[in-house]
Every structure is written in C-alpha cells, then in structure tokens.
Design a protein around this ligand. Structure first.
Ligand code: SF4
Length: 512
C-alpha cells in the first residue's frame, strides 16, 4: 500500500525547471544595461526571477521577454513593478541596498553564537539512526570533566558575538548532570561581567528527568528540546529504550513541563518543549500521523528532517534509509497536510518552509546555520567534545565519530584567535560559499540558499561538493520549487498563513 501511495503522490510534487535566457528570448534583442544581474526559473506557466539583493517576482513569458529586452518605460505598470523590486539597474538606491545587505549579513560581523557541548557519549537509548558515537551507561570515562567544561565555557565567552547559546548534547547530556549544572552556574557567573545575551538549550530524551532536575532547569531558564518521531509505535520502534516506554515517558514529561510554563505565566503559544522528529523509512507513509502527534502534544512547528549521512545513521541506512525523491514526496505530502490544517484553523508550521519563507517573504535572515552563506561551520557554531576537542559543528563531530577527524579545528587549550583564524577554519568558510559554485551562480534560489561543508564532504568527498549531483542541492531546490508553486497559487488567505509562519518572536524568558 505504501509504495502505491508514494507513487500516486509523487506525481503531485510540483517541480520548477532551469531555463536558459536564449530559450525564451532572442539574444540579438537583449539589453544587458537595463537589468541588474538576475537568475530565472520556470514555475508552472510563469517565470520567477531573483536578484542578489533577495528580491523576486513572478513574470509571464511576455513580461519576461520585455524585461530582458529592456522595453518597459517609466510609468508603465511592468516598469514600476520591476523598479519596486530592484530589477531596473538605473533605479537602484545603492545606499539603501548596502544597508539592507548589512542587516541580512550581520552574522558576518561577529563570531560563533552556538556552542554545542557534548557532555557525554553515554546514553540509555539505542536509537537506530543515532548520529553520535554512543556508549553504554557505565562508560563514565566518556563524560566531559569539570576542568574541560570550564575551559570550554571560557573559550565560548571569547566569541565576539553579543549573543551566546550554550547547547547541551550527548549521548544523553543529563547523564552527566553535575557537569551540566556546573556549566550553567559557571557561565551565569561569568556573564555578570561579560554581559552577553546568554541562553542555554538542553537536547534530551527526557528519560532521566526528575523533579529536582526540572526545578533547576526551570529556575535557570534552560530551554528544553527533545526528539519525538511521531505516534507511539513508530517512535518506540526506532528509539529503542530497554528501561521503559520511551514515547510515554517523553509525553508525560512534555505535558508536565508545558504545564509548568503555563503556571509560571508564560504564553503557551510561545513557550513549550521543542520536539524534533527524525524521518526514517517507516515514517514515509505516515506523514499525517506524525503531524497529528505534534499537534496533539501542543507543538506549533514540525521540522521534517531527512536522515543525515552521519554516524550510526549511515550504518543503518539499509533498513532506515530512503532516496531523496522518497523524502521529497513525504515532505510534500506532510506540508500539504499542514497547509490543510491551517485552513481549518489549526496553528502549525513546517520549519524548513518557515525559514525559507522568512527569507523570501519577510526579507529576513533567520541565521539558520545550514541555510546561510557562508555556512555555519566554525564562524556560526562550534562543537565541544568530552575530551576537549573542538569541531566545526555538531556534524563535524559526527564525522569524527566515524573515525575521521577532518573537522577537528583544535581543542579547548587553543586560543580563540588561533581557532578562528586557523587554516582549517578559513578553508571551511571558503568552501561554504555558494557564489563560486558553477550551478549556484545561475540558480534563482541563491539569495536564500546555503551550504553545509560537512554534508558535501560526507556525501561527495569534497568540501565544496558538486551541486549538480548533490542531494543537498536537490533537497533545497525541490523545497524552494514546492514553496514557489504554493506562492504562485496562493490566495490572500494562504498568503496570510505563510506570513504568519515567518513571524519570529524572541523567547525573552530563555535569555539570562
Ligand atoms: S545549492 Fe542548489 S538550490 Fe542552492 S543555490 Fe546552489 S544550485 Fe541553487
């Protein structure tokens, strides 16, 4: 049944297509001086154009031809439309555009904001897709020590960023509770003089949670995030937990924590446990149940993430894996359903879509590290391993867990200057640009897309990757295509819904 359903739905995944100028217009008629540099792609019967400022428009084929041939005259509707969207070269206000670029590229002017501390490799779950090099609960030798933790926090505080998030990861980070506690207290104390915008996030399976731990986390404003793969049978099939029912434990704590937020007077529309699903082969036909589960537990966002090519996930690819085409079909089915729910008044969004729409519709830069240029490796995030090794990112650490230290850029004993200015960091940042990629330079989605060098390396053996054959590119291009088709067909109500997805509220309560 599953395969039939996938095949039927596959036909509904709308695609765009790259189209050369010469296919649509006569090169002898081109007026290159009229327009700013732009790219184009066909979406349905229309042509979408974008420029490097991040502006975009849908044009009919006739409008497109007039545009390329420089025919529109001031005062004409097409000219004014192109002018408003910054496509007419002679009408560009360069000061305005440089300020706009500065606002959206603000992250280039400071160091890493996300500092992911792996407190231990121990875990009491044996999730089949786990990316980390997990070990049994008795392997205390894989815990981060207090000394390494303090050196890591000292290093994190040297970032030139005004905002600093310390994220606790594992293994199961609450298994090394004393060090987690110590980091929170130590960082809060340091921040009395550093005065950064400091926040903490804990990524936990919630199975070791108890009232005492929860009181501490709530009192110190630590944001709690967890993994939820959907309905009980699906979740428990993949997230193997020998000491109990993983799904029931998770939901019990999620409910309790969400209720505590309400008791504390926090708006339940904003403050709740964040949950993330990982999509595996058994998930592919169950988009509806996965979305329904998230709605039932009070989540307002579902982040439909494809299985990564890292760590244990790569080893279990045969049983849990699937092709990018299968994922994209799943994605379109799930988001179609999410849109349907929104039309019925249910507030829920998909995160990839929300991040992309934020860039496209709200002209914002949410600084999502996987979808920015350069990518987030080193200059957006750092990963701190229990032994004090520093990696370009969480993904860099996952590659290390497979026996390849390619993304180890140093240790907590190195200086911030050496880490940030080192050859490895510079190479990773340069590889994370898409302005030099042969396919990206002519892609209409370039203003909003991004690179992840670790993914390129793992899937194609090259930091730069080769976008024409890249599943990274395929995923993002297909989701952009899907959204562009939705925008092209959207009525005013749908546009209102999409704009609502782009609303970002700062979670002030989690800022120390
Ligand atoms: S990675 Fe692919 S979708 Fe993204 S800008 Fe490059 S060519 Fe376009």
């Amino acid at each position: 049944m599953g395969d039939t359903m996938l095949e039927t739905r596959a036909a509904n995944l709308p695609k765009g297509s790259q189209v050369a100028l010469a296919e649509l217009t006569d090169p002898a008629e081109w007026k290159p001086d009229f327009a700013v540099p732009f790219n184009q792609r066909t979406i349905g019967g229309k042509i979408v154009i974008s420029n490097d400022f991040g502006d975009w428009l849908f044009l009919t084929q006739e409008e497109f031809r007039d545009f390329v041939e420089g025919r529109p005259q001031p005062g004409e509707p097409l000219y004014e439309k192109l002018k408003r969207a910054n496509f007419v070269a002679s009408e560009i206000d360069f000061l305005d555009q440089s300020l706009r670029w500065r606002r959206k590229k603000e992250y280039l002017f400071y160091g890493p904001t996300l500092h992911a501390f792996v407190l231990t490799h121990r875990c009491n779950h044996g999730c089949q897709y786990c990316h980390s090099s997990i070990v049994g609960m008795d392997r205390m030798d894989t815990d981060m020590s207090i000394e390494t933790a303090e050196k890591g926090v000292d290093l994190a505080f040297q970032t030139t960023a005004h905002g600093l998030t310390i994220e606790f990861q594992g293994g199961e980070p609450t298994a090394n509770w004393d060090v987690l506690r110590h980091i929170v207290e130590y960082a809060r104390e340091k921040n009395k003089t550093a005065k950064k915008i400091l926040s903490f996030a804990l990524v936990t399976n919630l199975s070791l949670m108890d009232d005492e731990k929860l009181e501490f986390l709530l009192d110190r404003h630590v944001q709690i995030c967890t993994s939820l793969d959907g309905p009980e049978d699906l979740h428990n099939q993949i997230r193997i937990f020998r000491d109990g029912n993983s799904h029931q434990t998770l939901l019990t704590w999620m409910k309790k924590i969400n209720q505590r937020y309400v008791d504390m007077g926090l708006d339940p529309n904003q403050y709740r446990v964040e949950a993330l699903p990982t999509i595996t082969r058994p998930s592919l036909t169950r988009w509806k149940e996965i979305v329904d589960t998230f709605v039932e537990v009070g989540c307002r966002a579902v982040f439909l993430r494809k299985l990564d090519p890292f760590g244990f996930a790569a080893k279990s690819a045969k049983t849990l894996g699937y092709s990018m085409d299968e994922f994209l079909e799943f994605y379109a089915n799930a988001v179609d359903y999410i849109i349907e729910l929104n039309r019925q008044g249910v507030q829920v969004m998909e995160r990839h879509a929300a991040i992309m729409l934020n860039k496209i519709l709200a002209d914002d830069e949410p600084n999502y590290l996987d979808l920015r240029i350069p990518g987030g490796a080193c200059i957006g995030q750092l990963g701190y391993a229990p032994d004090g090794s520093i990696y370009s990112s969480d993904e860099g650490r996952f590659v290390a867990s497979m026996g390849d230290d390619m993304f180890r850029i140093g240790s907590v004993d190195d200086s911030y200057q050496d880490l940030m200015g080192g050859a490895a960091t510079r190479a990773l940042v340069m590889a994370g640009l898409n302005d030099g990629h042969p396919d990206c330079v002519s892609c209409v989605y370039k203003p909003w897309c991004g690179q992840q060098v670790e993914y390129n390396y793992k899937t194609q053996g090259s930091l730069h990757g080769h976008m024409r054959d890249s599943t990274w590119c395929k995923k993002h291009k297909s989701i952009f295509d899907y959204l562009m088709h939705k925008l092209e067909a959207a009525d005013e109500k749908d546009m209102e819904m999409f704009r609502l997805w782009t609303t970002n509220r700062t979670l002030d309560h989690f800022i120390v």
